[in-house]
Design a protein around this ligand. Structure first.
Ligand SMILES: NC(=O)c1ccc[n+]([C@@H]2O[C@H](COP(=O)([O-])OP(=O)(O)OC[C@H]3O[C@@H](n4cnc5c(N)ncnc54)[C@H](O)[C@@H]3O)[C@@H](O)[C@H]2O)c1
Ligand SMILES: O=C(O)C[C@H](O)C(=O)O
Length: 347
């Protein structure tokens, strides 16, 4: 397939030179050069995520990869007059070019749910996709920070870790399962119920990214609300856990969350870039290798820095309801992690 590279005319003119290397050398932007690759960029999440990453001033190079369709997406977003130079790549033979030199690789490649399916029902197809993409990451950009969006996240992250281990490139500080959408939902639902302005709301969400493994910690929500009953908290917890299913059912067979996920993915990638650039105190929830419970991977607040994960933060004080939720989620999360590890070891 045809390689398709488009550079913004405006940026080339501004920099006074049309060659890619000169553009890089003479970049007048103050933020360091950062390359972001999106794998699955022609999909429902990939396209709006490409748009949002093109708007991010921390990105100097944005490569969009998919099995097909990326030349068009790249042509489209490349016309936006922002810093990032955009290139589209399609097909296996162009994956290496898409990945080379990447600082952050975001993976929303794979099939989404239809009504009646669990995220685990996606395992058979998405496990293989994630495995092959991570094999390529090991080869072409082994030091990149990886943001895994493809479901089931509770298994795809362990798959990625095993692929990287086999290749000798695993760095647990650079592998993240993106659970930001759970946080985005928890904030929105809490603000609505507590009747507080959503912009100032914070709610940590821990555990994993499927059903009861998603555990929002409303006892730690800020601003605190005294108006919420135990029943309200239970309902908010359930709605956050079922948020993905709510969208899948509303889309009635046309996929799962794409726009809110692109937003969440862009927030998380931005946090990773800020961390890499040395911005202090960047904290987001993410599903990472962890020792804060007995499970080898767990979502919790993570401090991001120049090396990726700088610190996996503890759970903090939990309410009795949350303690119960934590114990309930462990068997399911453990099984999903083990399923991913087994798949990667046997394939
Ligand atoms: N982590 C989360 O919170 C979250 C939220 C929403 C969706 N998701 C997951 O994200 C994934 C993508 O969802 P979507 O709605 O964008 O699906 P989609 O079908 O619209 O897009 C997926 C894209 O992946 C591409 N793709 C398939 N195999 C590929 C490969 N080997 N290499 C590169 N690209 C490949 C497809 O061509 C397609 O363009 C799903 O697994 C979904 O469950 C996760
Ligand atoms: O629900 C899904 O299948 C997609 C995603 O995991 C979500 O939470 O929206």
């Amino acid at each position: 397939m045809r390689r398709f590279v488009i550079r913004s005319l405006e940026s080339a003119v501004r920099r006074g030179d049309a060659s890619a290397s000169s553009c890089r050398r003479f970049s007048s932007d103050s933020a360091p050069e950062r390359k972001v690759a999106i794998l699955g960029a022609a999909g429902g999440i990939g396209q709006p995520l490409a748009l949002l990453m093109k708007l991010n001033p921390l990105v100097s190079s944005l490569t969009l990869y998919d099995i097909a369709g990326t030349p068009g997406v790249a042509a489209d977003v490349s016309h936006i007059n922002t810093r990032a130079e955009v290139a589209g790549y399609a097909g296996d033979e162009q994956l290496g070019k898409a990945l080379e030199g990447s600082d952050v690789v975001i993976i929303p490649a794979g099939v989404p749910r239809k009504p009646g399916m669990t995220r685990d029902d996606l395992f058979n197809i998405n496990a293989g996709i994630v495995k092959s993409l991570c094999t390529a990451i090991s080869k072409y950009c082994p030091n990149a920070v990886v943001n895994m969006i493809s479901n089931p996240v509770n298994s795809t992250v362990p798959i990625a870790s095993e692929v990287f281990k086999k290749a000798g490139t695993y760095n647990e500080r650079r592998l993240f399962g993106v659970t930001t959408l759970d946080v985005v939902r928890a904030k929105t639902f809490y603000a609505g119920k507590a009747k507080v302005p959503v912009a100032g709301v914070n709610v940590p969400v821990v555990g994993g990214h499927a059903g009861i493994t998603i555990l929002p910690l409303f006892s730690q929500a800020t601003p605190a609300s005294n108006d919420l009953s135990d029943e309200d908290i239970k309902a908010l917890t359930k709605r956050t856990q079922d948020g993905g299913t709510e969208v899948v059912e509303a889309k009635a067979g046309k996929g799962s969350a794409t726009l809110s996920m692109a937003y969440a993915g862009a927030i998380f990638a931005d946090a990773c870039l800020k961390g890499l650039n040395g911005v202090p105190d960047v904290v987001e929830c993410s599903f990472v290798q962890s020792s804060i419970t007995e499970l080898p991977f767990f979502a919790s607040k993570v401090r991001l820095g120049k090396n990726g994960v700088e610190e996996v933060l503890g759970l903090g004080p939990l309410s009795d309801f949350e303690k119960e939720g934590l114990e309930k989620l462990k068997p399911e999360l453990k099984a999903s992690i083990e399923k991913g590890i087994k798949f990667a070891q046997e394939n």
